[in-house]
Design a protein around this ligand. Structure first.
Ligand SMILES: NC(=O)C1=CN([C@@H]2O[C@H](COP(=O)(O)OP(=O)(O)OC[C@H]3O[C@@H](n4cnc5c(N)ncnc54)[C@H](OP(=O)(O)O)[C@@H]3O)[C@@H](O)[C@H]2O)C=CC1
Ligand SMILES: Nc1nc(=O)c2c([nH]1)NC[C@@H]1CN(c3ccc(C(=O)N[C@@H](CCC(=O)O)C(=O)O)cc3)C=[N+]21
Length: 286
């Protein structure tokens, strides 16, 4: 039988992370009678977003965290959304605020993110938090990058000096995960749609992070034998199945370790959102 990569179990890692957070939530409740609160704002009814919001609510409830979804109609104006955020910013019982992206086209996403109190910005997207991350200072870090790093560290004892390649440069995933890899002393390359020889660039990677949104873009022969491959992509195929940005069947024969889709980074993202809510609770309420 041919050798096969270790398949990183993100579902199990996320479950144990949530269990840990649950113990902390229970302790806060017992000692102080307080319940950390996560508020998710969803504008319109994108079916995929609806699924994530429902999943976040269920998992928050499981660990005893309060979770409130604010479902606003698709025609909500930017001013109305900003007013909702001002209300959540002012409410002391609100520890974390997440505005589900993408927003309807008539709303300026940047203006909305800027309006979230950086101390409650559990998505880590506010320029204050992005700036802190870029400066290597403590702040709220985006959930998917945080979850990706936990999975990398679960298989690699030390990241220092390793070549890391991130494909994708979004504010939500590519840029922040590159910052975290740099903080861990990797030599970091960020590739994107204008990268000249993507295959050769990827082949340099000891750690390859794919965050593109193109099913099966990364081929088996783009992967350095033994590399750790983190597939962030979540793409829905015409048959309804989910698939990543990496050609898993090929990659699993070359990589040293690889995350599956589903069951990889996705569940870690939600667990890290709960973790960030607790981090925000402690920073603001002690
Ligand atoms: N697992 C999880 O929890 C999460 C998963 N996702 C998934 O991750 C993926 C990426 O999300 P996100 O970062 O928000 O996506 P964006 O669309 O914001 O960014 C995609 C990036 O990929 C680059 N890109 C596009 N096509 C190519 C190509 N052919 N070759 C090289 N680079 C390319 C783009 O380059 P350029 O900048 O030049 O346009 C861009 O930087 C999606 O599948 C999304 O669903 C997202 C969030 C959470
Ligand atoms: N402000 C904002 N922050 C986000 O973090 C954000 C967002 N908007 N918009 C959409 C993307 C996407 N995203 C996912 C999170 C978890 C799973 C997840 O848990 N996926 C499961 C499968 C779920 C299923 O089967 O449908 C898995 O990969 O195993 C997927 C996708 C967060 N995002």
């Amino acid at each position: 039988m041919a050798e096969q990569a270790l398949i990183i179990d993100g579902k199990a890692a996320a479950a144990s992370l949530r269990a840990e957070i649950g113990l902390e939530v229970a302790a806060i409740k017992a000692r102080r009678g307080l319940v950390p609160g996560l508020h998710v704002v969803l504008v319109g009814d994108d079916p995929a977003s609806r699924v994530y919001v429902a999943s976040k609510e269920k998992l928050a409830a499981e660990i005893g965290m309060s979770s409130v979804a604010h479902r606003l109609p698709a025609e909500t104006s930017e001013a109305e959304l900003l007013a909702k955020l001002a209300e959540l910013n002012a409410d002391d019982s609100v520890d974390g605020i997440l505005v589900q992206l993408p927003l309807p086209k008539h709303i300026d996403t940047g203006r909305v993110i800027d309006a979230i109190d950086p101390a409650k910005d559990v998505d880590g997207l506010h320029p204050i938090n992005a700036g802190r991350l870029a400066g290597g200072k403590p702040g709220l870090v985006p959930c998917t990058p945080l979850g990706s790093m936990l999975l990398v560290k679960s298989v690699l004892p030390s990241l220092s000096g390793l070549e890391a390649v991130v494909v994708g440069r979004s504010e939500l995933v590519g840029r922040p995960v590159a910052q975290l890899l740099l903080q861990a002393d990797c030599t970091v390359t960020i590739a994107h749609s204008r990268t000249r020889d993507l295959a050769a660039t990827c082949r340099r990677a000891d750690i390859l992070i794919a965050a593109v949104g193109r099913p099966g873009l990364v081929k088996g022969d783009w992967i350095k034998p033994g590399a750790t491959v983190i597939d962030v992509g979540i793409n829905r195929l015409p048959d309804g199945k989910l698939t990543g940005d990496v050609d898993f069947a090929e990659a699993v024969k070359v990589a040293g370790a690889i995350t599956p889709v589903p069951g990889g980074v996705g569940p870690m993202t939600i667990a890290c959102l709960l973790r960030n809510t607790l981090t925000a609770f402690h920073a603001r309420r002690g």
